[in-house]
Design a protein around this ligand. Sequence first.
Ligand code: NAD
Length: 357
Amino acid sequence: MSGLSTERTNVGVVGGGAWGTALAVHCASMGHQVLLWALEPEVVAGINGPARENTLYLPGHKCPEGLSASSSLQEVASSCNLLLIVVPTPFIEKTLAPVAAAFKPDCILVSCTKGILNDTLETPHEILLRVLPRTVHSQLAYLSGPSFASEVVQGLPTVVTIAAQEERVAGRVQALLSTPRFRCYRTTDVIGVELGGALKNVLAIACGISDGLNLGNNARAALITRGLAEITRLAVAKGANPLTMGGLAGMGDLVLTCTGDLSRNRTVGLRLGRGELLGAITASMHGAVAEGVLTSRSAYSLSRRLGVEVPIIEGIWRVIHEGEDALTVVQTVMSRELKPELDMSMLAAMAPSMAFV
Ligand SMILES: NC(=O)c1ccc[n+]([C@@H]2O[C@H](COP(=O)([O-])OP(=O)(O)OC[C@H]3O[C@@H](n4cnc5c(N)ncnc54)[C@H](O)[C@@H]3O)[C@@H](O)[C@H]2O)c1
């Protein structure tokens, strides 16, 4: 017998990019009533029109019955019991601040974006705590994990994790979004889930650059493994559970974005590695966002603020924002002081978690 919930509700989605549309399609396919807000009038018209398609960000996929789009953020925010926030990190505050008081008192708000702001170094969780009223703080949750929009929208098996400070809230989102093709786990480690999702995008660029330079399979495997060590150090310094980084939002998403050619961040890296300039690459993406480009700056700043060594992330920051030659960065990273592989301070950080295993 399935343990899946049959409860259906009103779902709002803020953001009509590829991921917002894919999640809206998933929810409507489950039988939820879904209203999606999109910035672009052509996205709203495309979803509501006879073709029922978001031709701008997710072409080739028909939207099911039960999903409609609106240009009124107020209408979406005030009508739902579950709101998915899927605008890229730099637009969260500007988008949500005008409707901060519009939500129903028991509405659960789930951020599905992956990034860290450049100036304040805030994650989506920290932005939402600042922008939204206290009354909804305990109702905030975060969805992350290995999930390409184009695979979710095809109904291919996908497994993600839902984080919330209150396990009750994570469990409620888990119940409302899980199907036999979209399985949700839950956790209370909000920091770990958010940082895993944001930081892996920088490592996806690193792997893309390495592959673009034809540095080989050994190099890619090393980047994923030592990259995981870096993002774990950074996340733990900010209060995450190190075990989270071995889970879906850490290792899971890292493997997906560092090896999957559907990853925009990996593609940006591949093109950089082949010698294209960043400006030309982003200009050719027609509004689609590779959050890792901005996150590379935030991640490096965060490492300096927290006093954590992140040679790969620092190298990507140097290539992207300082114009340093990628092969010189590889040489620098490979010539660092020799050291033990295991970081014993991670074991100490793990000790409290191990007590519950
Ligand atoms: N695409 C995926 O497969 C995927 C999967 C998981 C998570 N994510 C994350 O989801 C988030 C959204 O990514 P996406 O792929 O849906 O985006 P996208 O690149 O497909 O679309 C860009 C989005 O940014 C919005 N936007 C652009 N300018 C804006 C502005 N000035 N104000 C408000 N919104 C603006 C657009 O309306 C659109 O919703 C990102 O954080 C991404 O990392 C994406």
